[in-house]
Ligand binder design. Structure first.
Ligand code: PLP
Ligand code: ZN
Length: 408
């Protein structure tokens, strides 16, 4: 709370804490209020996206002002959905380092290789960003109990932020989710149900329980604000690179909030006039060979994914057989002239070792998958040696120790 208080002092003037105006459905254009509880578009079953008064923000604030504020995701509060500072539920998420990888770069033949190192976030993964935004907004709207189907890390984050918001949390996760995700959720007082199936089965059960008992469903893209928290990674990236964007972003894709969120951030920053060079990165979506619906759809040139049956990979966060935002993910990859790549579990384990041994970064398997994809794309000559390439390590390997290291 200390961070947010100091931020609030800064914006004492007539300026709004948030510049959000409303929510919109990207498919049909129907508008929804950001001051009432909303989920997804009722007409077309599509995600809703937050819209901000970017013209107003452009006039009132300069991009340099954000650097002077206390560290953390909420220093970008004008671009987040919460209306009042004291409604922000924060554990210190965001402002993760963008680390240069000189040794790995030299080894692989890239001169400008970086990793956005998300493992220092509360609860050990970048899920903290999205959940901080979603729980804060839910709390502001008077919601007292939240339910979430999760592949693991979103559950741990939900349990922690719900505890801090004095909310009840109900978490459904596959029974073979990493043990740490189960323990951290229970430790924070959440009710945890282990589902005999995948996140898709858990999602069905969560939806039913939400309707029957009035829980608010925080499923990826079925509520509008997790993606807003994730988008801040895009602002941090641009700020770290002197208000330019990298040439290539390699991102591990499950539900796709980070990829879709960053692409939204780039569009917002362009509208704000904050980018010195509006050239956008090519977005690389990485999935595991055992669950690659986005890769399959991309290779077939489709705009929606088929449900992936029998999904299996040690990168538990990537075990998402079909994202609710598949259409947006694919659209952003195509628009960016990016690509979708599937990598094997063996190559993920190999990449985990390399990142640790060459740069000292013990990545989550999902994060290591981005290095495996880099190696694969290098073999396909898809990358140039001087391009600025950013890998995303989305979580800490420490949460997966029994899954990834012991097996290898
Ligand atoms: C959830 C998760 C992902 C996938 O993120 P999305 O934004 O849902 O695509 C990647 N890595 C880790 C560690 C995760 O927990
Ligand atoms: Zn719609």
């Amino acid at each position: 709370m200390i961070q947010v208080t100091s931020v609030m002092n800064f914006s004492k003037s007539r300026m709004s804490f948030s510049y959000i105006t409303h929510l919109t459905c990207l498919d049909c254009g129907r508008e929804y209020s950001a001051r009432e509880i909303n989920t997804y578009c009722l007409d077309c079953q599509s995600p809703l996206m937050a819209v901000y008064d970017l013209d107003g923000l452009r006039k009132n604030l300069h991009r340099e002002q954000f650097a002077a504020r206390a560290r953390g995701m909420w220093r970008w509060h004008e671009l987040l959905p919460v209306q009042l500072a004291h409604h922000c539920i924060t554990l210190g998420e965001g402002d993760t380092p963008l680390l240069h990888l000189p040794r790995l770069g030299e080894k692989l033949g890239f001169n400008n290789l970086f990793v956005k190192e998300e493992s220092g976030n509360p609860t050990g993964s970048f899920k903290a960003r999205g959940i901080s935004a979603a729980i804060s907004k839910a709390s502001e709207l008077g919601i007292r109990k939240v339910i979430i189907p999760t592949a693991g890390n979103a559950g741990g984050a939900t349990a922690a932020y719900a505890a801090r918001a004095a909310m009840q949390a109900y978490i459904l996760m596959p029974k073979d989710t990493p043990i740490v995700n189960i323990e951290e959720s229970r430790m924070a007082g959440a009710e945890v149900i282990l589902v005999d199936g995948l996140i898709s089965e858990a999602a069905g059960m969560a939806g039913e329980k939400a309707r029957a008992e009035g829980w608010f469903d925080l499923s990826t893209f079925k509520e509008p604000y997790r993606v807003e928290g994730k988008k801040i990674m895009g602002y941090e990236l641009a700020e770290s690179l002197g208000w330019t964007l990298p040439d290539v972003i390699i991102y591990p894709t499950g539900g796709g909030t980070g990829l879709v969120g960053m692409w939204k951030a780039f569009a917002e920053m362009e509208a704000l006039g904050w980018l010195d060079n509006p050239k956008r990165p090519r977005m690389v979506s990485v999935q595991a060979e055992g669950c690659a619906p986005v890769v399959k759809a991309f290779e077939a040139g489709l705009s929606f994914c088929d449900f992936w049956t029998d999904a299996s990979t040690l990168a538990s966060g990537l075990r998402v057989p079909k994202s609710f935002a598949d259409h947006l993910i694919l659209n952003d990859i195509y628009e960016s002239q990016g690509v979708a790549v599937a990598v094997s579990d063996d190559s993920i384990l190999d990449a985990t070792r390399q990142l640790s041994q060459v740069e000292g970064i013990f990545a989550a398997p999902e994060g290591a998958a981005t290095l495996a994809a880099l190696i694969k794309l290098k073999e396909q000559n898809w990358l140039n040696v001087d391009e600025k390439i950013v890998l995303f390590n989305t979580g800490t390997g420490l949460k997966y120790v029994d899954v990834s290291t012991v097996k290898s």
